[in-house]
Design a binder for this molecule. Structure first.
Ligand SMILES: [Ca+2]
Length: 120
């Protein structure tokens, strides 16, 4: 699927606006979402970024470094509970997961986000 330059630009601008709003709201303390909501938003943004990467390059990123280079910014690798976020990259998609509030893998509170073309 090819997107016009303006569509790609609009998607990038949307991510930039979402990021700026998150930083501003966090800095001002005017929004104190629970850790789970913040974590879900962060992981969703990684998946959105992976989809934009694919729309431009016709393939998913194959590493965190490749996605960070594309975004020209670092991606958080620790979740809201200070545990490592797991990233899985394949030609068929990207998946990121967190152990959730209990910090234990494979329990019902785990958070998982993945691209539409799972490929796992
Ligand atoms: Ca868990």
């Amino acid at each position: 699927m090819n997107h016009s330059f303006s569509e790609r630009l609009a998607a990038r601008e949307l991510i930039l606006i979402m990021t700026i709003l998150g930083v501003v709201m966090g800095t001002l303390g005017c929004d104190k979402p629970d850790r789970g909501a913040t974590q879900k938003a962060d992981m969703r943004n990684v998946i959105i970024a992976a989809e934009i990467f694919r729309s431009e390059k016709q393939t998913y990123p194959t590493s965190l470094a490749e996605l960070e280079d594309f975004l020209q910014q670092d991606i958080p690798t620790v979740d809201a509970w200070e545990q490592p976020i797991r990233f899985e990259f394949s030609k068929g998609g990207v998946k990121c997961s967190s152990n959730g509030p209990d910090r234990i893998t494979g329990t019902p509170d785990d958070l998982v986000w993945m691209t539409q073309d799972e490929g796992f």
